[in-house]
Each structure stands twice: as structure tokens, then as C-alpha cells.
Design a protein around this ligand. Structure first.
Ligand code: SAH
Length: 268
């Protein structure tokens, strides 16, 4: 894709310190679609309410900080990327609420708090802590491209894969003017990862399957970290899984309960 010029201002303004609040037990990035659709029906077209103002997204980042998000680079990225550019204009007024929104084709853009939590977890990986950025990143599930834009501010190189052609095309459109970082959007089945770009220091999935595809762990670099939702029988639902590769060995942790769209096979 071409990146002709910055469309979005990248204001890295200060974020106010705030008190820590109790950790959220269950994160629901993908609110049930019927609820999102009902909300969509309630919305009116935005009427120049100042959504382009950096103050709107800075307030969202400050709220997430107040709720416990601590990673400064992630907070700055959330305060920089205009989320309302990535959703239908009828939903734009809800873009800075901590809510998932429909992006068409039965998919949703994840809640900002969940996106922030996953990016913060990626940042806590060995190599990201050592170098202060996410390095080479693989994202599975581009959706509307919002998280890909955030990643491009936090990494050296981002490859993002989407299996639904209309969403891949929409993300290309949404990011046509995006000039930050080195971002490639691919159409394909992300379960196979992207061998030509491997190894990846950071791998993040926005859709959850029954198991982690072997390609992802194989394409994870030494010192790298993978964060993905995955079904867990014992938990009776999806959980966030974090995998670190150290000395060639995989170390796995299971964290918060989550609710993401399914990781599907093939392309459509
Ligand atoms: N990060 C996205 C969230 C999109 S929802 C955003 O910021 O908008 C998750 C996405 O994963 C959906 O678009 C879905 O089509 C996609 N997906 C599901 N299985 C996939 C697979 N095997 N390969 C690539 N994308 C997949």
C-alpha cells in the first residue's frame, strides 16, 4: 500500500496521572453483535462535535490510565490515533467510549481497554522491555485497521493479516493516508502467520481459536512474546494467553477471561 502523507495528527500530549482501580476480571472486547447493532441504530450522524480534536482521544487515554493502564507508550498511542476514523460515521460519536463497535461482516472493533491491555502485555515481553518498542510485529485480524495503526506507532515493522477481503480493503482505505511506522496489510489466513516476515518479536491476535496455531509459535523470535485469546475448556470460555520464547522454549501463561470473535480458517 502507499502512504502519501499523514492524515492524522499525532499529538503526544501529556496524560494526567490517576489512581489505580481494581483490575477488570472479564474483558468483553466484542460486545454481542445485536447490542452493537442496536446502539448503531440509536446513533445519529456526527455533527462536527469536535471528534477530530486531540483532546477527545487524550481524555479516552486518561480514562484508561485511571482504570489501571500504565504503559506510557501505549497510552500515548491511544491518545494519538483517531478511533472515529475507523468506524462507520453513524457510530463516530461512540468511538471514544470504552466499547466494541460493529465494523461490518459480523466483526467488531475491540474495546479500547482490551486493546490497551493486550498492547501493554506485549510491551512487557523480554525483547520489548530491552529495546523499548515492539520490534517486528505480526497482527492476526486487521479488522478496520485501528489496532494496526496503534501498533505502527509502537513497533519497527508491522505485518497485519485479515481473512475477509472487504475488511482488508476497508482497512487499506482507512489507512491510505497513514504514514507512521512501517505497516503492511495482507489479505490471507493469518493462522499460517507470515513466514517471509518471520521471526516476529511480537505477535498479537484479535480472534480466538481452540488452540494456538503452530505457525505462530514457530515464527516467534527468541525473546519474543505472543498475546492471543484462546478457548480454555476449564475456564469455560476464552482467556488471554501469553507465550514467551526463551532459549528456544515456550513459556505460557493464561490471564483474563475475554470474549473475541472466532479465529476462522481460510479466506472469504
Ligand atoms: N484488530 C481489529 C479487530 C478486528 S476483529 C480492529 O482494530 O478492528 C478480528 C478480526 O479477525 C476480524 O476482522 C476477523 O475477520 C479476523 N480473523 C478471524 N480469523 C482470521 C484468520 N484466520 N486470519 C486473519 N484474520 C482473521
Amino acid at each position: 500500500m502507499t502512504r502519501p502523507g499523514p492524515r492524522f495528527p499525532v499529538g503526544l500530549d501529556r496524560l494526567k496521572p490517576a489512581a489505580r482501580s481494581p483490575d477488570t476480571e472479564v474483558l468483553r472486547p466484542q460486545r454481542p453483535l445485536h447490542e452493537a447493532a442496536r446502539d448503531a441504530a440509536r446513533q445519529q450522524a456526527p455533527s462536527g462535535l469536535g471528534l477530530d480534536s486531540p483532546a477527545v482521544r487524550e481524555r479516552m487515554a486518561a480514562r484508561l490510565q485511571a482504570e489501571g493502564l500504565r504503559c506510557e507508550p501505549v497510552l500515548r498511542a491511544l491518545a494519538s490515533v483517531p478511533r472515529h476514523h475507523f468506524v462507520d460515521s453513524a457510530l463516530a460519536t461512540q468511538a471514544y467510549e470504552d466499547t466494541a463497535l460493529p465494523i461490518g461482516h459480523g466483526q467488531t472493533i475491540s474495546k479500547p481497554s482490551v486493546v490497551g491491555r493486550m498492547l501493554e502485555l506485549l510491551f512487557a515481553g523480554d525483547s520489548a522491555r530491552a529495546v523499548g518498542h515492539l520490534g517486528r510485529v505480526l497482527e492476526i485480524g486487521t479488522g478496520c485497521g485501528y489496532q494496526a495503526a496503534l501498533l505502527s506507532l509502537l513497533a519497527r515493522r508491522v505485518v497485519s493479516i485479515e481473512r475477509l477481503r472487504p475488511l482488508h480493503e476497508k482497512a487499506c482505505e482507512n489507512l491510505a493516508g497513514w504514514r507512521e511506522g512501517d505497516l503492511r496489510l495482507l489479505y490471507g489466513d493469518g493462522r499460517a502467520g507470515h513466514a517471509p516476515g518471520a521471526p516476529f518479536d511480537s505477535i498479537i491476535a484479535a480472534a480466538g481459536g481452540e488452540a494456538l496455531p503452530d505457525a505462530w509459535t514457530a515464527q516467534l523470535a527468541e525473546g519474543g512474546r505472543l498475546v492471543a485469546p484462546m478457548h480454555d475448556e476449564r475456564a469455560g470460555g476464552q482467556v488471554l494467553v501469553v507465550v514467551d520464547k526463551r532459549n528456544g522454549m515456550l513459556h505460557r501463561q493464561q490471564l483474563d477471561g475475554v470474549h473475541f470473535v472466532p479465529l476462522k480458517s481460510g479466506i472469504a
